[in-house]
Design a protein around this ligand. Structure first.
Ligand code: DX5
Ligand code: ZN
Length: 224
């Protein structure tokens, strides 16, 4: 069996927030198994989105796997609130500030029974992830500068790094998913797949079109 089956993860950032419960159901009916939730603090990134209360609201409306992407400083300080809110995976950025440390935060996420991920900004080299590769279930290679949906896929800057991460993981017998996030469409997802990705975060390309079922089918077919 493929240890890394391809999955399309709709990103709630691109949903209609006036009807979040309905949007979550729309994603479910369109075949999503995981949902991606983008938390932004206005300091680590130049935008503010939502916090644990939104994660909890989504959790109340679905049994889907919730992949929470923290684009915030001091994720360790806020961690318990996201765990309590019902996250299944929590991904933290290596470039962010911590009261404790990245390693300590990853350990706490796993000790709570969740999956743990680290994320790399498009300009952060794979070597920055090396100290943590034993402690993660997921490595997120950002394919846009984090903060906003609807930006173009940064192929040149990020695909060599993704392939490097895949090669290192497989050569060392490590196990973690490789996720891409930003500018993923049916024409860019296959490029990311060729370089090692199996989790494809899709905001604009999934929630954007009126027919989400068709959009999700096209995305899934592009990486099948
Ligand atoms: C960007 C977020 C993404 C965002 C992607 O900072 O991390 O998850 O929702 O949006 P699209 O798919 O529109 O590029
Ligand atoms: Zn994200």
């Amino acid at each position: 069996m493929d240890p890394y089956p391809p999955l399309i993860l709709p990103s709630l950032l691109a949903a209609d927030w006036s009807q979040v419960g309905h949007e979550v159901k729309r994603a479910e009916h369109a075949g999503a198994k995981w949902l991606h939730l983008d938390v932004m603090d206005g300091v680590f990134v130049d935008n503010i989105s939502f916090g644990p209360q939104m994660v909890q609201t989504v959790r109340k409306n679905t049994g889907l796997y919730l992949d929470v992407h923290l684009m915030i400083h001091r994720a360790d300080h806020y961690l318990e609130r996201f765990i309590k809110a019902g996250a299944n995976n929590i991904t933290i950025h290596v470039e962010a500030n911590y009261d404790t440390s990245v390693t300590d935060t990853l350990k706490r996420i796993r000790a709570a029974g969740l999956h743990a991920g680290i994320a790399l900004h498009p300009h952060t080299p794979f070597s920055a992830a090396l100290p943590y590769v034993q402690d993660i279930d997921l490595l997120l290679v950002m394919t846009v500068v984090p903060g906003f949906g609807g930006q173009p896929f940064m192929e040149k800057e990020t695909m060599p790094k993704l392939a490097e991460a895949r090669d290192h993981r497989d050569a060392q017998g490590l196990k973690f998913h490789l996720e891409v996030d930003g500018g993923i469409y049916p024409n860019t997802a296959p490029i990311a797949k060729r370089h090692g990705a199996n989790l494809f975060v899709c905001g604009t390309s999934s929630f954007g079109p009126a027919d989400m079922n068709q959009a999700m089918s096209e995305l899934a077919a592009s990486v099948a």
